[in-house]
Design a protein around this ligand. Structure first.
Ligand code: NAI
Length: 329
């Protein structure tokens, strides 16, 4: 089976080439282009395509992929909010993903953002480089004995609960389903209570109609003053303009974002030479208590190995006509 891998960087090729040795039935070509309506036609002559978080896999892209005979869409990520599943279903294109490649990779990054924004490590690093050894503007608070509020306790949220518990924090959580792996030390409460009682709030639920803009000015007003907010999940969980209003109201001690609404054109690209017009990201970065990273939560050696292994297993499951828990319907 021939698979075209879109939006690939050197590290993708390395991790997939290592794993491909075990899959003689699969042949792979890589392109740097991301999958969208302009690039979908590149899939001519392939049986399957593999895409990533920023690909635009809406109706038009799927129509073109279908016309090119594509039967399988391999998402080499957990989220699939960028795929029009209804159209994929209509054309019989099977969609598979990598549901949990290394939850700890993302959870550890979420904690890194919480700590870094709390202690202003992004500022401290630059100050010391300029021989400014003063501590002004760097004061944070102890996480020990404070309250963490975890929204979404699936694989990554549960890993974050464990980390917060290890820090000696009280852990509150909100989810429609209670995860038995954390029930011994996590108290499930309403969303309102997570918002009002937590010192550190971390988002770990997927982007759906129900979670779109769940952090908005109303929910921000319900948070404690001096809260830390971390989003490593999906940008559109947070309404950016309202977040900016909240920051200006001095609501937040720190904000750590690995994802944000405007990220699509930025993710994994070097745009340092460009003038970014109308950029709310730039506005966010102007605040001293905001730290942004570029969707790197997943980016550990262990996670890349697991992504490659599961994506190729998914391709094998397709070849052998087997059902898989990694199917997205
Ligand atoms: P998961 O499917 O294991 O857990 C998601 C949890 O969210 C489930 O327990 C579900 O019940 C809960 N949930 C769904 N709707 C909810 C709502 N309205 N309110 C509260 N909880 C709700 O997913 P996993 O693997 O933990 O990933 C979570 C998210 O992290 C993904 O959807 C993805 O968007 C993001 N992610 C980010 C990465 C990064 O590099 N920054 C890498 C991987 C995933």
């Amino acid at each position: 089976m021939k698979i075209l891998f879109y939006d690939t960087k050197n590290y993708d090729r390395e991790s997939f080439n290592d794993s491909l040795k075990e899959y003689p039935d699969l042949s792979v070509e890589y392109t740097k282009s991301d999958l969208d309506p302009r690039t979908a036609a590149l899939a001519e002559g392939f049986d399957a395509v593999c895409a990533f978080v920023s690909s635009d896999i809406g109706t038009r892209t799927l129509e073109i992929l279908h016309a090119k005979g594509i039967k399988l869409l391999l998402m080499r990520c957990a989220g699939f909010n960028n795929v029009d599943l209804q159209t994929a279903g209509k054309y019989g294109i099977r969609v598979m993903r990598v549901p949990g490649y290394s939850p700890e990779a993302v959870a550890e990054h979420a904690m890194a953002l919480a700590l870094a924004s709390n202690r202003r490590l992004h500022k401290a690093y630059n100050k010391v480089r300029e021989n400014d050894f003063s501590l002004s503007g760097l004061m944070g608070f102890n996480f020990y004995q404070k309250t963490a509020g975890i929204i979404g306790t699936g694989k990554i949220g549960a890993a974050m609960c464990h980390i917060c518990h290890g820090f000696g924090m009280k852990v509150l959580a909100y989810d429609q389903y209670q995860n038995p792996s954390v029930k011994d030390f996590v108290e499930y409460v309403s969303l309102e209570q997570v918002l009002s009682d937590s010192d550190v709030i971390s988002l770990h639920c997927p982007l759906t109609d129900a979670t779109y803009h769940m952090i908005n000015i109303e929910t921000i007003r319900k948070m404690k003053d001096g809260v830390i907010l971390v989003n490593t999940s999906r940008g559109a969980l947070v309404k950016t303009d309202d977040l900016i209003e909240g920051i200006r109201m001095h609501k937040f001690a720190g904000v750590g974002l690995d994802v944000y609404e405007e990220e699509t054109n930025n993710v994994f690209e070097d745009r340092s030479d460009e003038i970014l017009e109308h950029s709310t990201t730039a506005r966010l970065l102007s605040f001293p208590n905001v730290m942004i990273t570029s969707h790197q939560g997943f980016f550990t050696r262990e996670a890349l190995e697991a992504i490659a292994a599961t994506t190729l297993q998914n391709a094998e499951a397709f070849l052998s006509g087997k059902d898989s828990p990694n199917d997205v319907k």
